[in-house]
Design a protein around this ligand. Structure first.
Ligand code: HDC
Length: 279
């Protein structure tokens, strides 16, 4: 059984995360610890799991594992309680949920529960899927299991979106975002990115997940859960266009790269805490 390691964070980590997912200097509630409604953008819940104790090694569960061939495939996050603390000590425990065989790739999903170390109260639950190129063909299950909101297809409706938010990332976005805890060289080292098949370092999936999640949060208020599929890569400096459709307490969304028109996030939705007005 995983014991979990402690994740300690301060207001400084909150501001660094907020800046990593596009907070502006004028968003005082995100960038100034003295602001009245100082807070962390709720997608922060994906960060403590980077310090989770994970009770398996990729080498043991798929053939030909190579860190250079790993891409983030899907992400689900549940926020169990508001307000989210802006400092504290948390413990995350991970478990293996499934290994899917896509023929030339393997898709590995884990689940992580994050609790407040002092009270034991549950704060976040995440499910993350990694897409491991070159690791398939081992005769495993072909289809992922249905896990409700975490695996929902979330097809956008045919009507025009209710809200569209455009946000330009900076050339330094990945170099800044990684300081929140995902130090994968794929996002900063050109040599590593090249070995992974990319012309230059690519943006973290969880960085553009945070940028899109921030847009949903700002337009519709606190979210209970959020799920995305990373459908295409994003280069630091590109512009993200997030389209949102509201249906009751659910917001379906997708994010495209403006410069190429390609989908970066698909199959995505967030369920809102309240159906009424925001906050
Ligand atoms: O969709 C392609 C792609 O490139 N997506 C973007 C990936 C990306 O940019 N991710 C973010 C950057 S990488 C990153 O951030 C790493 C990070 O540092 C570490 C993560 C740590 C997470 C842990 C946190 C604690 C690609 C390559 C993923 C798939 O493209 P194709 O090979 O063309 O596949 P396709 O033909 O479309 O589909 C084949 C089968 O695979 C399923 N599938 C597709 N995209 C998927 C996916 N499954 C899961 N996640 C995805 N994103 C398809 O459904 C299809 O299945 P089937 O054959 O059964 O229909």
């Amino acid at each position: 059984e995983a014991k979990g390691t402690e994740f300690t964070f301060t207001e400084r980590d909150v501001m660094l995360y907020n800046l990593g997912v596009g907070a502006k200097r004028t968003d005082l509630r995100y960038v100034f610890e003295g602001a009245e409604e100082f807070q962390v953008i709720p997608t922060f819940g994906v960060i403590p799991p980077f310090d989770a104790e994970i009770p398996y090694n990729m080498d043991e569960i798929v053939p030909n594992f190579s860190p250079m061939m790993l891409l983030h495939g899907e992400q689900y996050l549940e926020i169990k309680k508001y307000p989210i603390p802006t400092s504290g000590r948390l413990i995350s425990k991970g478990k293996l949920l499934e290994v899917v065989d896509k023929g030339n790739a393997a898709v590995v999903k884990n689940g992580v529960t994050t609790v407040n170390a002092e009270t034991g109260e549950e704060l976040f639950y995440t499910e993350a899927t990694v897409f491991l190129r070159g690791c398939g063909g081992f005769g495993g299950q072909k289809k992922p299991a249905d896990r409700g909101a975490s695996t929902a297809a979330n097809k956008p409706p045919a009507r025009t979106p209710d809200v569209v938010v455009e946000e330009k990332t900076t050339e330094e976005q990945a170099a800044l975002y990684r300081l929140s805890g995902d130090y994968n060289p794929l996002h900063v080292d050109p040599a590593f990115a090249k070995m992974g098949g990319f012309k230059q370092p690519i943006l973290h999936g969880l960085c553009f997940f945070g940028i899109a999640g921030k847009a949903v949060y700002e337009k519709f208020g606190p979210i209970r859960n959020i799920k995305v599929r990373f459908a295409g890569t994003v280069m630091p400096g590109q512009t993200l266009v997030t389209e949102m459709w509201r249906d009751g307490n659910k917001v379906i969304f997708q994010t495209k790269v403006k410069e190429t028109g390609k989908l970066a996030i698909g199959g995505a939705a967030a369920e809102l805490v309240s159906e009424g007005s925001k906050l």
